[in-house]
Design a protein around this ligand. Structure first.
Ligand code: ZN
Length: 153
């Protein structure tokens, strides 16, 4: 188990576009394990590789439904509906903002074995998939808020 340092808003690595993962290797598997450890340690529901300083298209998500997800090279191929709600980010601790996202998304990605997978997410899972895939393109939720970010009460 290894906890990696989380990068915070203002760190320019969070604004870079990440590179696709071409093949799985020990180093990347370790990165994925560490990303889960770091996310759970910080009580997050999702974490993207650039948040631990690695510019690879990898996200991990666990919305507390006992189905932890690792999405490699994720692409959202379909969206449906709309939801507006509060969002936070481990890279902006203590902050919250309201963001409109699709209610449902279909996401194609690869798993840790580099097998192609298709994930359908609704509600919180759809929100998490959108938020985390945005990170891979250097986008933070604060760029998309309805009325800015606020301190958590
Ligand atoms: Zn985030």
């Amino acid at each position: 188990m290894a906890i990696r340092n989380i990068r915070y808003d203002g760190d320019e690595i969070l604004r870079k576009v990440c590179k696709p993962v071409k093949e799985m290797n020990e180093r990347t598997l370790t990165l994925i394990d560490d990303m889960f450890d770091t996310m759970y340690e910080a009580n997050g529901v999702g974490l993207a590789a650039p948040q631990v300083g690695v510019l690879k298209r990898i996200v991990v998500i666990d919305i507390g439904n006992d189905e932890p997800l690792c999405l490699i090279n994720p692409v959202i191929v379909e969206t449906e509906g709309e939801q507006t709600g509060d969002e936070g980010c481990l890279s902006l601790p203590g902050k919250i903002g309201t963001v409109t996202r699709p209610m449902k998304v279909v996401c194609k990605a690869f798993n840790e074995n580099m097998e192609e997978i298709t994930i359908t997410g609704e509600g919180l899972l759809a929100r998490a998939i959108c938020h985390e895939t945005d990170h891979l393109d250097g986008i933070l939720y604060k760029d998309k808020t309805v009325d800015g970010i606020f301190d958590v009460e």
